[in-house]
Design a protein around this ligand. Structure first.
Ligand code: MN
Length: 228
């Protein structure tokens, strides 16, 4: 088979303790999955079914990299999140079977053009331009579940220029990892290489050129990004 031009390279994420990389298939994201963050976004937290949006697979940015301040926004926000890395695909996955489908976990930053997202939200339009832009998914190396297990509690935090802005705990997730993967697998056939950003705790806020963002999830890792 030939292509009319060379295909784009497969986006991938580093794996801690391995030279082999995790090839990214899709990036799914959960909206408003911590009560305090739902409230700061002007919404009541609830147990309505979780909702999802996507970023392009090639939005991934490795730990330690620089991210150019994106165009068409004056309000770029950080959102620190636990990321679930799928290693075995499936559909209609039962909650009890979810751990078998998880390759590992990473720390991600769901970078958001908040002004575009809120304008779209208020007009009932898709969130794509606010969420799914180039370089919008900084992500740490993936820690295999074979090494760290399946974290259900642990501090999740983010600092900008060493000032802590987000400080929560995985125990505060409205929908936990098993529920997220099970429900998502009823909407899409999950594939190896899928990443799922699981939602952010309260404290989201604006970023400026020159900011150094550090964040982490206890037991998973840390992520550092500089906005340029
Ligand atoms: Mn998010």
């Amino acid at each position: 088979m030939t292509y009319v031009f060379p295909p784009a390279e497969i986006p991938s994420v580093a794996v801690a303790g391995s030279d082999a990389r995790f090839p990214v298939h899709r990036i799914y994201c959960v909206g408003r999955n911590y009560a305090a963050h739902a409230r700061e976004m002007g919404k009541d937290p609830d147990r309505d079914p979780p909702f999802f949006f996507m970023k392009p697979a090639d939005a991934v940015v490795p730990d330690g990299a620089e991210v150019p301040y994106p165009p068409q926004t004056e309000n770029l926000h950080h959102e620190i999140e636990l990321v679930i890395a799928i290693g075995k695909g499936g559909r209609d996955i039962a909650e009890a079977d979810v751990p078998d489908h998880i390759f590992g976990y990473a720390v991600g930053n769901d970078l958001t053009r908040r002004d575009l997202q809120l304008a779209a939200r208020d007009k009932g339009r898709p969130w794509d331009t606010g969420k799914g832009f180039d370089h919008s998914a900084p992500i740490s190396a993936i820690r295999p579940a074979a090494d760290i297990g399946h974290p259900e509690t642990g501090r999740i935090w983010l600092a900008v220029n060493d000032a802590v802005r987000q400080d929560g705990d995985l125990a505060e997730l409205i929908w936990d990892v098993r529920e997220i993967v099970s429900i998502l697998s009823g909407l899409y056939t999950l594939r190896p290489g899928d990443l799922i950003f699981s939602g952010t705790p309260a404290g989201v806020g604006p970023l400026a050129r020159g900011d150094v963002i550090t964040g982490g999830v206890d037991g998973v890792g840390t992520l550092t990004t500089r906005i340029v």
